[in-house]
Design a protein around this ligand. Structure first.
Ligand SMILES: [Zn+2]
Length: 144
């Protein structure tokens, strides 16, 4: 199990759920859905000590769920490093943090379907993508 899987596992145990929205509610993170530039899926910001996840209101439900999980990854793993994290769907989002947040989101959404991450290892990537409703191109970016 790598550090990101461990991070997801600890979070799921702490909050008794792997559903991104439930964990955000539990942590007091406000999720907003707003009109954003097309290339931006969402972003995270901290204002007066409170975290906000802002989602592009043009995203479909599965993509909002993935983006929520991705942004939650930033809050949990990178909360101290950067006040604002942009999440976008184009080539310039190749930083280490973006990739880590995507991995976090993938593990979390898989964990939402299974009790433990370990059980997901038996799945093919395509099956995992379908079950966890991870956007197809994310699967390519993350695992190939
Ligand atoms: Zn991001």
């Amino acid at each position: 199990m790598n550090n990101i899987q461990k991070c997801v596992q600890d979070l799921v145990i702490e909050h008794g759920s792997a559903e991104p929205k439930h964990i955000c509610d539990n942590m007091g993170i406000i999720i907003l859905s707003l009109e954003l530039p097309e290339r931006v899926n969402g972003f995270t910001m901290k204002n007066h000590g409170r975290w906000f996840i802002v989602l592009n209101n043009m995203l479909d439900d599965d993509r909002k769920r993935f983006t929520t999980a991705h942004e939650l990854g930033h809050v949990v793993m990178h909360g101290c490093t950067n006040a604002v994290n942009l999440s976008c769907n184009t080539y310039f989002c190749t930083s280490k943090y973006e990739r880590e947040a995507d991995m976090f989101a993938a593990y979390l959404l898989l964990t939402a379907e299974y009790d433990r991450c370990a059980e997901c290892d038996a799945l093919t990537i395509q099956q995992a993508s379908q079950i966890a409703r991870i956007p197809g191109e994310k699967v390519d970016e993350l695992f190939f």
